[in-house]
Design a protein around this ligand. Sequence first.
Ligand code: AMP
Length: 285
Amino acid sequence: MNIIRSLSEMKKWSQSLRKAGRTIGFIPTMGALHEGHLSLVAQARSQADATVMSIFVNPIQFGPAEDFRRYPRPLEADCAKAAGAGCDVVFVPQKSDMYPERYCTFVTVEDLSGRLCGASRPAHFRGVATVVLKLFNIVTPDIACFGQKDAQQVIVLRRMAEDLNVPVTIKVCPTVREADGLAMSSRNAYLTPAERAAAPVIYKGLQAARALYDKGERKAVRLSQIIEEHYRTAPLIKKEYIEIVDTISLHPLAAVASTALVAAACRTEESKTRLIDTIVLGGSL
Ligand code: AMP
């Protein structure tokens, strides 16, 4: 497996591969890899000839009071995991190459970016859309794989790729979970033991909503209510939002008529870790 740090070398590698008529599958990540990330590698490998994973903790998607500095960066272990999963290239761009002096161009996906997580993280999706478009331009992938856990992210990026005519197919992969249902996340490492024990309630609430939906309930207020009841039983897990929204516009739904995204964000009481999870009712993303 190649580890490429320079933008020009990455471009060259992609160009030579494309010249040879081979397709590229791409997985953008911030590292601290877990099974969720590796499932995206498996998906990319099954659909493209070569697989590139980027590892870049993108400063512009973090708010001033967020965890950019302390975000885990176990690069050596990550490269070993990426190699084990069958990546051909790990692309590790440097901050100073991605955002050199005088950098001043940003991508804003309007409306979608201010909803759900965007309400409390105002510059987050602008940072995500900007870095992912830059990475798409450097890596020139045919397909790019993203996790359903970060559903708003993939909905924003799909809109960006469509609006800006980026020739990439975006694939959404199922959320990989711990045995007790907690969605795998690099941020789970921040949890105190008591918070980790309580955190599965986030998915339990979503599962309860799905069970109610399966019994025929369609009213969003009833589905959110049952999630909220679950979260109230866990004092260490504080709800930030529970929303039932359209999977394309992210506008709130009064009732689930066809497909709906059920998204929850919580913050833990002790370590102040922000955890998100989602399910989709009546279809897929
Ligand atoms: P991150 O490193 O957190 O930026 O995530 C990189 C990619 O991995 C994104 O597309 C995430 O949605 C995806 N991802 C993160 N956690 C999971 C998970 N538990 N299951 C599936 N995909 C995930």
